[in-house]
Ligand binder design. Structure first.
Ligand code: NAD
Length: 264
């Protein structure tokens, strides 16, 4: 399937690893010019070089910036004045005891997981409306609709992503700009691989059984009983970003392996 993304310019925040990198790869595979973002320049440049070698037909750029900081956002806006696709992917998560979460921590999660993506949308959305094409996709989580209670400061921000994306979509009525949210379930990123290692390295369980055991005992509601692969989220995100798929508008799209037990 040709997604008609050739020469579209896509910025993916937090794309030096994990889900963000997988989205960048799939967009580049589909012919989009891609902007990689992370906080450390060496990591950004390494991913830029890797993707440019793999996809010589597209242009891969990199911006090292902490997009939770206003000054870094301003620098991004100067360096990258125009994009067609904004993937608000970067996010932090950490299981925490509710009574241990202080106000500074609540604020940090709000700033990184909500305000940063909001600032980028506020800047780029008017230009998308002007050219009558654009895609803004927030990467939320199944925690947005099914808070586990393991990390309330994170779940709150992911619910906010849904509300924010829906509000922004109201600004796009009768245009070819769309704003949507994708909600991945537990996905095998480097961070989750490390978590499995920390949980099982000192046990007798062979490594090839860690994932199945984790799903059985910690994600028992998952219908696929395996972790989602980042490239699955990447392919779906590229599909939603396609100019051919403008009927996704203001949607909260689940890709959680059946983890959320309800129909809606
Ligand atoms: P990750 O930690 O592997 O990668 C996050 C990326 O964001 C990294 O490149 C990191 O450098 C970058 N980043 C973090 N703070 C930043 C900042 N202030 N400025 C710029 N870059 C910053 O994360 P992941 O698991 O790939 O998650 C990506 C998104 O998917 C997050 O929003 C997360 O909440 C969501 N998600 C992940 C899972 C999962 O199981 N991995 C499940 C559901 C949702």
């Amino acid at each position: 399937m040709d997604l008609h993304l050739t020469k579209k310019i896509a910025l993916i925040t937090g794309s030096t690893k994990g889900i963000g990198k997988a989205i960048a790869i799939e967009l580049a595979r589909e012919g989009a010019d891609v902007i990689i973002n992370g906080r450390r320049d060496a990591e950004v440049q390494a991913v830029v070089a890797e993707l440019q070698a793999d996809f010589p037909q597209v242009t891969i750029q990199g911006v090292a910036a902490d997009l939770a900081k206003t000054a870094d956002q301003e620098r991004l806006f100067t360096e990258i004045p125009h994009i067609d696709i904004l993937i608000n992917n970067m996010g932090i998560f950490q299981p925490m005891d509710y009574f241990e979460i202080d106000d500074a921590t609540w604020n940090k999660f709000f700033e990184v997981n909500v305000l940063a993506g909001n600032a980028l949308a506020r800047h780029y959305l008017p230009k998308m409306l002007q050219q009558d094409f654009g895609r803004i996709i927030f990467i939320a989580s199944e925690e947005a609709v099914m808070p586990s209670g393991e990390m309330p400061q994170y779940s709150m921000t992911k619910s906010m992503n849904l509300s924010l994306a829906k509000s922004l979509s109201k600004l796009t009525v009768a245009t070819h700009v769309t704003v949507n949210t994708i909600m991945p379930g537990s996905t095998l990123t480097e961070g989750v691989a490390k978590m499995l290692h920390d949980m099982y390295a000192d046990t007798d369980l062979p490594e090839d059984q860690w994932e199945a055991d984790f799903m059985k005992n910690h994600r028992s509601r998952s219908q696929i009983q395996r972790l989602i692969r980042p490239e699955e989220i990447g392919r779906f995100t590229a599909f939603v970003a396609s100019p051919d798929h403008g009927a996704f508008s203001g949607e909260a799209l689940r890709m959680d392996g059946g983890l959320v037990p309800t129909i809606f």
